[in-house]
Design a protein around this ligand. Structure first.
Ligand code: ADE
Length: 244
């Protein structure tokens, strides 16, 4: 997958050289380039922002550097499909595991990181005449800018790319994979500070272990995220689930 990120703080993305994302980059699974928006400014101060029309606090990112940056980084191909432009913003579509799967299936993503009060709306409106544009929100809170959101989204998406996780089975069992939170996990030693590993996990009975995990996942989800339980598609729960 090809990913381009445009930001006035390219240094924010240094951690993307580390750990499994770093490995995915080194192997070519993730082809990531980070661009400094100020490359596309032409004044001595390398200005990217200005006061908002209509008044109000803060500054708004000017359209000209963004237009030039997107022309360079996300050109419209003569044939083939354009990249998908993602703009992190608290007004965007909520980022979820399902959304991460959608993005992981796409060949080219471009992230535009806004700062201050955001990017002049015309940048998004113009881009939308050429390519799919989605504003994306991590949650109902406000960050300084889109950079940290991009790191979060890229981590969630990269681990879904083929070959990135050593054991692809872990994708199937983790939280949010089937609309449920995952059951608790344990490792050695069997007893620690007066707390024992549940005996069933040491029983070797894989059928009962699977049932226990499912029950724990359902209980956790019911207690912590009743909204997720309510959103399960009809038919997701089996007869034995309903009995619990
Ligand atoms: N930028 C500022 N706040 C944000 C949020 N909640 N999600 C994504 N990008 C943001």
């Amino acid at each position: 997958m090809r990913v381009d990120v445009i930001s006035i703080f390219p240094d924010y993305f240094a951690p993307l050289d580390l750990s499994l994302i770093g490995k995915a980059r080194a192997s070519g699974t993730l082809d990531l380039a980070v661009h400094d928006l100020r490359t596309w400014t032409h004044d001595v101060h390398r200005t990217v922002d200005d006061t908002p029309y209509g008044g109000g606090p803060g500054m708004v990112m000017r359209p000209e550097p963004w237009g030039a940056a997107l022309d360079a980084v996300a050109p419209v191909p003569a044939d083939g499909s354009p990249p998908h432009l993602l703009v992190p913003s608290p007004v965007g579509r909520r980022f979820t595991q399902a959304f991460a799967y959608e993005l992981a299936a796409q060949p080219h993503l471009v992230f535009a990181c806004g700062r201050y009060e955001g990017i002049d709306q015309r940048v998004l409106d113009h881009a939308a005449t050429r390519m799919p544009v989605t504003e994306v929100s991590l949650g109902d809170y406000v960050l300084f800018g889109g950079e940290v959101a991009v790191i979060v989204i890229l981590e969630a998406v990269t681990r879904l790319l083929p070959g990135v996780l050593g054991n692809a089975g872990s994708l199937d069992e983790e939280s949010h994979a089937h609309g449920l939170l995952e059951a608790p996990v344990y490792t050695k030693p069997p007893a620690w500070r007066g707390h024992d590993v549940p005996a069933i996990l040491r029983s070797g009975d894989h059928g009962r272990i699977a049932r226990w995990r499912r029950d724990e996942a359902l209980l956790r989800t019911a207690n912590r995220r009743p909204d997720m339980l309510a959103a399960l598609p009809p038919g997701t729960l089996d007869k034995r689930d309903v009995a619990t």
